[in-house]
Ligand binder design. Sequence first.
Ligand code: SF4
Length: 210
Amino acid sequence: MKYRSSESTDISEKYLAPTDVKQYVFCPRVTYFTRVMRLKPVMGSQQEAGKKTHKKLTDLEKRRQSVLKSDLNLDIRNKEFEISLKCHELEMHGRLDMLLETKDGEFIPVEFKSMISRKGQLHVDHKYQLVTLSLLLECNLGCIVRRGIIHYIPEELTIQFPISHSIKRRTKFVMKSIQNMILSGNIPDGRRECSMQKVGCGFADYCRDL
Ligand code: SF4
């Protein structure tokens, strides 16, 4: 499994970002490297190419040529793109790729990913990232987010999933764990898979040196 590199984490910011939550769920040590040691990952050419594809897709969606699967059965009233969000209560900030508003007044966050899914399923870290963005949306708009959408660009696969109270609670627990890790400065364990197989992670060299 390849490490999805952070393209948006601003390590100089005090507030956490949804990318921090995504990384922590993928491997807590990645968040330790970016937030405590303030290191930047070594990005491969595939990751750089992925960033360009992501930009192209959000631009395409902006021109109203929808790339999302049409069988989602959503009655859309409005779409907004690249929305900046900030919540003082959560000490979080982030940017959402796309926000759908249905004719019933429901808000649905959408993220585009320049990589493939986990055999047709969501990557768990992507799910937590979108739930974090949902919490930011709730904080900014005073709404309740009940579902989210992730679109995997290379497969043209759109996955819609429910966002329950329980996943929101677990996401807040992850945020708290990150804040505690930053305060303590303690290095967390890495991914167990790393000891068994090579993981394409931008911090592998630093990790080996520990
Ligand atoms: S090399 Fe493995 S354990 Fe180390 S930071 Fe990367 S994913 Fe985590």
